[in-house]
Write a protein that binds this ligand. Sequence first.
Ligand SMILES: NC(=O)c1ccc[n+]([C@@H]2O[C@H](COP(=O)([O-])OP(=O)(O)OC[C@H]3O[C@@H](n4cnc5c(N)ncnc54)[C@H](O)[C@@H]3O)[C@@H](O)[C@H]2O)c1
Length: 259
Amino acid sequence: MDFSGQTVFITGGGGRIAPVVGRRFAEAGAAVALFDIDGARVEAAAHGLPGRAAAFAGDVASEADVAAAVAGCEARLGPIDVLVNAAGIFPNTPLLEMDPEEWDRVFDVNVRGMMLCCKAVASRLVARGAPGAIVNFSSGAGSSARAGSAHYCGSKAAVNLLTHVLAIELGPHGIRVNAVAPGLVTDTPLRRGDPHPSRYMEMMVEATPMRRTGVAEDVAGAVLFLASGDSPWTTGAILEVSGGSHCGRPHVPLSRDLR
Ligand SMILES: NC(=O)c1ccc[n+]([C@@H]2O[C@H](COP(=O)([O-])OP(=O)(O)OC[C@H]3O[C@@H](n4cnc5c(N)ncnc54)[C@H](O)[C@@H]3O)[C@@H](O)[C@H]2O)c1
């Protein structure tokens, strides 16, 4: 995949997954802007990228911060062709302990922030009459419930429908809008049979058909595909990148063995 001459703007750029996505775009020839609320981490991540790169600090839920970062990116690296919305927060709190402010913050960052970035970048693409691609970070949590994640699951379900709506609205302008829905991503792959740091991790690996957790590279490959000319007719897709962990009930054995 070749992104020479293109500019890619990535939110959540100081996190676990987005810097690897940025490196893969940079290796494919793109100029890469990373945007994150954590100024020190996003500076360090941009510093580690090959080629032309820039870091911007700000809050995706702030319209002013998003406008400043998008304008700054265009001034330094050129007009944006690809937007990757990876910023997200994922607290885990059961309903009976839920602080409504935590609920609001999850939706502010994961949904409002994504909408603001999509609007800022898409409006510029439409004004230029240029095609483009947007890749949103959803999650398996957007379609499969788990305890403690009422706000997170709800926010990622909203991301899925936001992706579908924007695919409809922006397709006529030549802008494709897709999402990746990762399963559990860890810094190094945790495999079946490895000593696991917790019973939770052990259960997660057991419930993953590929019998390991994901790593950022797994997700980055899917993001680049969805942003690239190799998927010119793909829009409104929610691509599961999960080792099969959201296929249904992968941990349940053959029912004939239960007799
Ligand atoms: N790691 C996983 O297992 C996993 C699984 C499914 C989906 N995801 C999704 O993938 C995306 C990236 O996850 P990650 O594992 O790299 O998480 P991470 O916490 O390592 O990175 C997220 C980044 O977003 C930034 N951020 C948070 N709030 C922000 C705000 N208001 N404005 C700007 N930046 C903000 C954080 O500072 C952080 O650098 C998230 O959207 C997450 O929901 C992750």
